[in-house]
Design a protein around this ligand. Structure first.
Ligand SMILES: Cc1cc2nc3c(=O)[nH]c(=O)nc-3n(C[C@H](O)[C@H](O)[C@H](O)COP(=O)(O)OP(=O)(O)OC[C@H]3O[C@@H](n4cnc5c(N)ncnc54)[C@H](O)[C@@H]3O)c2cc1C
Length: 235
């Protein structure tokens, strides 16, 4: 941050790098401390998140696969599409993917790249993980709340060792089977129809009704998804 003139420091867009509000603020604090206390503070943008506010958003932090290779780091990568992240399936918006880059020797997380609706809201968890020096195993073993986008980070981490696609499809299969079982228990000889929802017994169980509502609303896509899941898992 110190310029060619010892008593002049530069931060923000004028430096030509990291042209973001939060980097100007970060650099400003360091520059002030360096100017007053001697040049002890190092500007470090290795774990700097970026967000592009497109639709879907693009957010990333750390090394890309190419950058890691250029640094001769022995890497492994994991990518999952949003069709395998429950939050995005439920929201009916599965445009995008999550990619993790990790050191193959140490398992340490090196970079996270997200293309997703609200990717900007997800990236800070990755920043924290990188800052803490987490491994992909640490990330995979962390507890994430179900039905959040950020849970996709855990699934992508799990995907290094397991086929997350199959696990997620299995979950959907169980969910669909449960729905069908519930329906057949409540009305064994009736076809599915909107009138089923009016059964007073169901109204008492709002959770069950919610499941059935969801099932009826999206039955066609669920049936297709179920067939696909069966094929994927069994075949
Ligand atoms: C359209 C747009 C969208 C952006 N969106 C985001 C975003 O979502 N998130 C994000 O982090 N960043 C965003 N940025 C980038 C962000 O605005 C800049 O990185 C940030 O403002 C840089 O701060 P700065 O203090 O270095 O410069 P500036 O904020 O540009 O401040 C420089 C100030 O110096 C003043 N000045 C210039 N010349 C002189 C002079 N001779 N004498 C006195 N004053 C002078 C200017 O009037 C200005 O007020 C966006 C930028 C643009 C253009």
């Amino acid at each position: 941050m110190q310029t060619t003139r010892d008593d002049v420091y530069a931060v923000g867009d004028v430096t030509g790098i990291d042209m973001f509000v939060y980097m100007a603020a970060y650099g400003g604090k360091l520059a002030a401390l360096n100017a007053l206390e001697g040049n002890h503070k190092q500007y470090d943008d290795a774990i700097m998140p970026t967000v592009v506010f497109t639709d879907p958003q693009v957010a990333d932090v750390g090394l890309t696969e190419r950058q890691a290779k250029e640094q001769n780091i022995n890497i492994k990568t994991s990518s999952i599409i949003l069709n395998h992240v429950p939050r995005f399936i439920a929201a009916h918006d599965t445009r995008g993917l999550i990619k993790l880059i990790a050191n193959k020797n140490t398992d340490k997380l090196l970079g996270v790249h997200i293309l997703a609706p609200e990717a900007g809201e997800m990236i800070q968890t990755a920043v924290t993980a990188l800052k803490a020096g987490m491994t992909t195993e640490d990330l995979a073993n962390s507890i994430f709340p179900y039905l959040t986008g950020v849970e996709g980070l855990k699934l992508a981490a799990l995907n290094f060792d397991k086929d997350v696609k199959k696990t997620i499809m299995l979950c959907w299969l169980v969910y669909l089977t449960n729905c069908e079982q519930l329906l057949s228990v409540e009305r064994p000889h009736h076809h599915l129809s909107k009138t089923n929802l009016k059964i007073p017994k169901l109204h008492k169980h709002s959770k069950i009704k919610g499941l059935i509502d969801a099932y009826l609303r999206h039955r066609r896509s669920y049936v297709t998804e179920k067939r696909r899941a069966k094929r994927e898992i069994l075949g």
